[in-house]
Design a protein around this ligand. Sequence first.
Ligand SMILES: NC(=O)c1ccc[n+]([C@@H]2O[C@H](COP(=O)([O-])OP(=O)(O)OC[C@H]3O[C@@H](n4cnc5c(N)ncnc54)[C@H](O)[C@@H]3O)[C@@H](O)[C@H]2O)c1
Length: 329
Amino acid sequence: MPYNSSTWHNVPLEDKSFLITGGAGFIGSHIAEYLLTHGALKVRILDNFSLGFRENLEHLTHFPALEIMEGDITNKEHCTNAMINIDYVCHLAALGSVPRSINDPIATNHANVSGFLNVIVAAKNAGIKKMIYASSSAVYGDSDVMPRTELKIGRPLSPYALSKYMTEEHAELFGRVYDFHATGFRFFNVFGARQNPEGAYAAVIPRFFKAALESKQPEIYGDGSICRDFTHVSNVVQICVKAMLSNKAEKIYNVACGEKTSILELWNIIAGVVGSTLEPDFKPGRKGDVEQSLADISSVTKDFFYRAEMNIDEGLKMTYAYYKHLYNS
Ligand SMILES: NC(=O)c1ccc[n+]([C@@H]2O[C@H](COP(=O)([O-])OP(=O)(O)OC[C@H]3O[C@@H](n4cnc5c(N)ncnc54)[C@H](O)[C@@H]3O)[C@@H](O)[C@H]2O)c1
């Protein structure tokens, strides 16, 4: 991703130190890349490599400012140590995936809720200047309000959704009880290079690229009419960087493109980009999946001058270059 040319802030980074939990994962590795290529004093990664990969950071290891700390957010001591000499925290470490959480709600709760508590307590105790954290559009659950506006959520449909909602509640409570304010972002279906295409819990865009590039039928759960607000990872990097450096605190925001695409439309775009003529293999719908998802992004736009600079078509073309290289090499 050419982060060299994009600067979304006017604050110098040369004297600032960042901790990214889950930084060896998909989104975290992009935030690390942006911060390092823009001269951050220190970018520390705390990751247990359960879902993330050292290869995601390999292209950044020549930056002396990068520090990789292998550790677990469910371990209080690891969290405390990770905060030493850090100014800003971007908390991303979590077990993602709705189906994974339905299969193992205890593991999801442990990493996503207990882990979150360890991180926010350690951040508060260390006097961190600003903490931001990843929530998810999954918290909208069975709400029928469309587009999704931050103040109206429904009941969660999966342990994953509940775990993300609990982090938002903990963060809000920390603001009131401890005067420690963390800002949360409900990401809507993020995609881009380095998103893992392998395994039972892979997200739909990497699965579709893998199927198209291997000339296999893509699996679609349901009839393909469910919609998502797909968001290129560069838009997420933009908001995370802006928010860490901003004085705004203690709120929750949607981060998306503000456009909806059905799963069938998505396959047709990807098939067109890759040149596949295969028809999808339709499977029964999955438990826990939200039916429709479209974000109202007016709040994040107003407070942070966020702009979804990369739309889905451009984002998919860039992402194709990554998967093409991955499957041809
Ligand atoms: N990708 C999306 O579409 C999306 C959408 C909404 C929310 N989110 C949230 O954004 C965050 C980042 O997502 P991602 O797509 O980069 O996922 P990812 O799985 O690629 O990255 C998560 C990282 O967290 C690490 N991790 C997991 N448990 C850990 C633990 N106990 N201790 C330390 N590290 C741990 C993993 O090894 C991995 O590197 C997550 O909190 C996720 O729930 C992602």
